[in-house]
Design a binder for this molecule. Structure first.
Ligand code: ADP
Ligand code: MG
Length: 357
């Protein structure tokens, strides 16, 4: 549905987008995740035809944005970072204005009514936009993007400035839209992509540094071999018992307590799930295990590690990029590997147990 091919954008001497390539299949919800200044908005503006690129190609539904800008715009609904709302218009006036601007030919009343039901604007349809809360204004922005039923929707930081309840509502709305649209959204918020997107493309300093299915990233995070345990029993003895186990590489007691239980962080040998045997061992000692959870690496850890790693690994990245068009299978493998490497690097940073107390 969307193909971005070696896209470059320079602002004077500053390269905001530095050879970005990726494809988005119909029906995917893809999140562009990256710190501020990474080049997300620039990429989206080019994709939506609002900004020209320095070099590279953007195809939407097989159409080149440069050659057929109007055709492409007809296929894209765009919610920019700052939605261009006219505050002195009512919601109705504004949506009719956009409807006319887009040259939409669908039945106007019916179409706008349907959109307002989807984005829950019906109750404020006759109100002035300037009197609406930020959350409702954002809905108006989304509504204008949906006019004309474009198959592709692009949201730039759709939940910035909203309160937690509004954020959840907008995320749910995006997920609903994702059922019958191709959606690209950008965000610097990790939970947002994790909550909404099928696939995550991490961008840093104008480059794609990771491109993975969210479920794969979650799996990498979950496959981590660190645990937090709450154990009733004498702290020193429990700790030395944990450290004596051959399948435990690290154990420490935290200062936190839960009633009479002490809290411990435990790291097992890679690939070994200690949960069952730990339960039986503690039970045999008469030390009740009252809590045990896996401390997966969260997306934040993975993200920071990937970004840090790619910040000073320009060489490796160059090698990875040479001669490849778009995300080929082996490039995807590289990316998966780089996420796994990042996970391993993170785990190595936990000092191995040296018998100190
Ligand atoms: P993001 O949306 O990921 O925060 P942007 O695409 O807005 O990042 O910006 C990427 C880089 O390009 C930043 O360094 C930013 O300062 C620069 N930039 C963005 N817009 C302009 C502009 N109109 N003129 C000059 N530099 C710009
Ligand atoms: Mg931005």
């Amino acid at each position: 549905m969307i193909k971005i091919d070696h896209l470059v954008k320079n602002y004077g001497a500053n390269r905001a987008v530095d050879d970005i390539s990726f494809e988005v299949a119909p029906g995917e919800i893809v999140g562009l995740l990256g710190p501020n200044g990474a080049g997300k908005s620039t990429t989206m503006n080019i994709l939506a035809g609002y900004l020209s690129s320095t070099s590279g190609r953007v195809l939407v539904d097989g159409l080149n944005v440069l050659d057929q800008p109007l055709e492409v715009k007809r296929r894209i609904g765009y919610l920019p970072e700052q939605p261009p709302l006219y505050l002195d218009m009512t919601v109705e006036e504004y949506l009719i204005f956009v409807y006319n601007l887009k040259g939409c030919t669908l039945n106007r009343t019916k179409h706008l009514q349907e959109i307002c039901e989807v984005v829950k604007l019906t109750d404020v349809y006759k109100r002035l936009i300037k009197n609406l809360s930020k959350g409702f204004r954002q809905r108006v922005g989304i509504a204008q993007a949906l006019i004309g039923n474009p198959p592709v929707i692009i949201f730039d930081e759709p939940t910035v400035g909203l309160d937690p309840k509004q954020i959840i509502e907008i995320r749910n709305l995006i997920r609903t839209l994702g059922r019958d649209h191709t959606v690209i959204l950008s965000t610097h918020i990790l939970q947002e992509v994790q909550a909404v997107c099928d696939r995550i493309i991490i961008i840093n300093k104008g480059r794609v540094v990771a491109d993975e299915l969210t479920e794969n990233i979650n799996r990498v995070g979950a496959s981590c071999n660190r645990y937090q345990a709450k154990i009733c029993g004498p702290q020193r003895e429990v700790l030395s018992m944990l450290r004596d186990r051959s399948d435990v590489v690290f154990a420490e007691a935290l200062s936190a307590r839960d009633g009479e239980a002490y809290v411990y962080h435990i790291e097992s040998t890679k690939g070994i799930d200690i949960r069952k045997s730990l339960f039986y061992a503690l039970s045999a000692k008469g030390w009740p295990l009252i809590g045990l959870e896996t401390l997966g690496m969260n997306l934040e850890d993975i993200f920071i590690t990937v970004v840090d790693k790619t910040d000073d690994a320009a060489e490796g990245r160059k090698q990875r990029r040479t001669g490849k068009k778009g995300p080929s299978r082996s490039a995807e493998k590289d990316i998966a590997q780089s996420i796994l490497d990042a996970t391993a690097a993170k785990q190595e940073s936990i000092a191995p147990y040296e018998g100190d107390e």
